[in-house]
Design a protein around this ligand. Structure first.
Ligand code: C5P
Length: 234
């Protein structure tokens, strides 16, 4: 499975996103792009079609979580959009994840990659115990959710690069780890708490790194993307 850098296009309009992506029109290969809730809810499925038409692989990051039937039907719609990767919350249970896979699978047997969010990186041990009444250590919860996702047939999880190693040890090398929280050495951390460099994420076994502001807010986004690729892939 190919490793890659995914650019998180956290913009609130199609115009801004397409202007940003023009910077990569001369590149030998169109970058993998993540479309999140903000852009999708602002612009709808049309923005996915537009970005796909430009030749970018797309990770649609909508984190579905509902009853199995609803998720299955929603996944069928996302699959028809020809996205390459999408996700859901593992907290929806194994039954929901299995239903999601059914919905995603096209008549010819192909489907987008499906990943599970374990615990959001904004949730800490205190909030998990107080609000969710989960009293196990965070690491065991994450590994248990990853294992449930693997058993349901999913392709991997979204996690911190710092968890990539243990997830692979538990779920196998083929089970994908897609990891946000990446910064260049000495770069601005912003609101991320547990960050690593592209180089370190590679050493820890991340399969895909998701990079937003270090590329979107850089003075030269194409150069920042090229730096990410060279640190992560070489
Ligand atoms: O700008 P930055 O590199 O921090 O962007 C990271 C991206 O990954 C954002 O789109 C954020 O919503 C997403 N993300 C994250 N942590 C998670 C899941 C998704 O930072 N656990």
């Amino acid at each position: 499975m190919g490793k890659d850098v995914i650019i998180a296009c956290d913009f609130d309009s199609a115009a801004q996103t397409l202007r940003f992506l023009e910077r990569f029109s001369a590149a030998p290969r169109r970058p993998y792009v993540k479309i999140g809730m903000e852009l999708y809810y602002a612009e709808g499925p049309q923005i996915v079609r537009q970005i796909k038409e430009l030749g970018h692989p797309v990770f649609l990051d909508l984190k579905l979580h509902d009853i199995p039937t609803t998720v299955k039907k929603a996944m069928r719609v996302l699959s028809a959009l020809e996205v390459d990767m999408c996700n859901l919350h593992a907290a929806g249970t194994g039954a929901m994840m299995e239903a999601a896979l059914e919905g995603l699978t096209r008549p010819d047997g192909s489907r987008p990659l499906l990943l599970a969010v374990t615990q959001l990186t904004s949730t800490d041990q205190t909030a998990m115990e107080r609000d969710l009444l989960i009293h196990e250590p965070m690491e065991s919860v994450i590994l248990h959710y990853a294992e449930t996702a693997r058993r349901a047939g999913l392709d991997g999880v979204v996690c911190s690069p710092l968890e990539a190693e243990t997830v692979h040890a538990r779920c196998g090398e083929e089970f994908l780890t897609v990891t946000p929280g990446v910064r260049f050495a000495g770069g601005d951390v912003g609101d991320q708490k547990r960050v690593t460099t592209p180089e370190r994420a590679k050493a820890l076994g991340s399969d895909y790194i998701v990079v937003g502001r270090p590329i979107t807010q850089a003075p030269d986004p194409a150069a920042a993307y090229a730096r990410c690729l060279s640190e992560f892939l070489s």
